[in-house]
Design a protein around this ligand. Structure first.
Ligand code: NAD
Ligand code: TYD
Length: 426
């Protein structure tokens, strides 16, 4: 077993408190004897030649466990990912989540008492906690879902978006890099940092533009997408500069179980069932590509297993639909499943309201790279996925009741009360 040699490099003479040894320069034999020499100055920067070097001591190289660290695992996609992962894969899952309004530990009830699952409540921006979690659990990969994720909230209050999505991701990257530097060579090679991102970073397409590819230049338009774009750039830089083995996925709009009912699909299902207006922004002709969350989770497992470090992969469902088409589909399915709801046909509830400021007109994903290189394909069509989603909502109205408590009602009032509504039958 070879050892890890930690070396402190400093411009300054060692203080007695630091127990430094003699000024020291590594010899060829040292390089041979030690698997890797880590040379850092006090700020954690790499060694700069010409400075005095002081050996601090020897430390065994860390070996990873068959564990993954998931951030934001109590949110919509993260909880679907953890549940799917624990059914299919071995090893442990550590979920680091701050439990904001969007995080709900109940999503993970099925795995609570499973010894393979550990929950850590905390902020990705808390570097001490992140460092401790990494060193304690020794994950072989970090899957980074944690984010503020709702465009409308980012318009009303962008601060949290910059704090979590930009600064939080930076903190996580820094701690992941420090941890990664402590790993033995083969674990360093197989370690992955997977950044879960969005197609919104590419900006808005015109009606006849080709779909976004991995080479499309970033042009984010909302505070949300700008904060995700900034995070993606940091991830890219950490690969380019420090060789941290990163992967980035840019996925289109997800829908499915456990989605917080402030996003289009669960909001429309909830309002339609209770006879409330279905607020459609602008003319309802904005286009999005929609992917069932289970397909997204499978894409993430696929990229984690086979993705090329430093690469990005677009993930999409080849399902471009206008918002109005989505809402009309939901209404017809609810007419079929819930004919006794307060207002039927449900489409009578459709209400066109003032548009979202800076509302992106169209997103479309070209997912050929992940399909060709990693043989991932979506399993659900929009028709099958939306049926599953509606069934889930009908069977889990307790969940919906729980998440639509006081704070939710306050958000709905702030968000929709100010919008000019123009009720219009269609
Ligand atoms: P979500 O809002 O449902 O969940 C976010 C989770 O992150 C919550 O559990 C929340 O408690 C946690 N969180 C927030 N700030 C945190 C912090 N500072 N520290 C630790 N945890 C924190 O989001 P989602 O829809 O599940 O999205 C997950 C990821 O996928 C996000 O990064 C998002 O940008 C990306 N994404 C989402 C979609 C989509 O359609 N929902 C599409 C593509 C990509
Ligand atoms: P959303 O679910 O917020 O996702 P994103 O903005 O990240 O794409 O919205 C999806 C689309 O639905 C978007 O074009 C905005 C529109 N929308 C409405 O028309 N009404 C609503 O009440 C909401 C929440 C969204």
């Amino acid at each position: 077993m070879r050892h890890h040699l930690i070396v402190l490099v400093s411009k300054f003479p060692p203080s007695s408190r630091m127990h430094l040894q003699q000024p020291w320069r590594p010899s060829t034999r040292d390089f041979f004897n030690y698997n890797r020499l880590v040379m850092l100055n006090r700020l954690g920067d790499p060694w700069i030649p010409g400075l005095q070097v002081f050996a601090l001591g020897k430390e065994r190289l860390l070996g990873v466990e068959n564990t993954i660290l998931v951030t934001g695992g109590a949110g919509f996609i993260g909880s679907n990912f953890i549940l799917g992962w624990m059914e299919r894969e071995d090893g442990r899952v550590v979920n680091l989540d701050k439990l904001t309004y969007a995080g709900n530990p109940r999503n993970l009830q099925r795995v609570f008492s499973n010894p393979r699952y550990t929950f850590v409540k905390g902020d990705i921006g808390d570097r001490k906690l992140v460092a401790e979690s990494l060193l304690t659990h020794k994950p072989r990969a970090v899957l980074h879902f944690a984010a503020e994720s709702h465009v409308d909230r980012s318009i009303l209050g962008p601060d949290d978006f910059v704090r979590t999505n930009v600064h939080g991701t930076f903190s996580l990257l820094e701690e992941a890099r420090a941890y990664w530097l402590k790993l033995n060579a083969s674990d360093q090679e197989s370690f992955r940092f997977l950044q879960v991102s969005t197609d919104e970073v590419y900006g808005s397409l015109g009606a006849h533009d080709s779909a976004f590819t991995e080479l499309t230049a970033y042009a984010p338009n909302s505070p949300y997408s700008a904060s995700k774009a900034a995070a993606d750039h940091l991830v890219r830089a950490y690969h380019h500069t420090y060789q941290l083995p990163t992967l980035t996925t840019n996925c289109s709009n997800n829908y499915g179980p456990f989605q917080f009912p402030e996003k289009l699909i669960p909001l429309m299902i909830l309002n339609a069932r209770s006879g409330k207006p279905l607020p459609i922004y602008g003319d309802g002709k904005n286009l999005r590509d929609w992917l069932y969350v289970g397909d997204h989770c499978e894409a993430l497992r696929t990229v984690l297993a086979g993705g090329q470090p430093g690469s990005t992969y677009n993930v999409g469902g080849w399902n471009e639909k206008t918002n109005l088409e989505i809402v009309e589909t939901i209404c017809s399915l609810l007419d079929e499943f819930c004919p006794k709801d307060p207002v039927v046909p449900h489409r009578n509830l459709i209400n066109f309201v003032t548009d979202r400021p800076g509302h992106d007109r169209r997103y479309a994903i070209d997912a050929r790279k992940i399909e060709r290189d990693l043989q991932w394909h979506p399993r659900e069509t929009f028709e099958s996925g939306i049926r599953k989603t509606i069934f889930w909502c009908l069977e889990n109205d307790e969940w919906t009741k729980e998440v639509t408590s006081g704070a939710y009602r306050q958000w709905m009032e702030t968000q929709y009360a100010a919008r000019d509504t123009r009720a219009r039958a269609i």
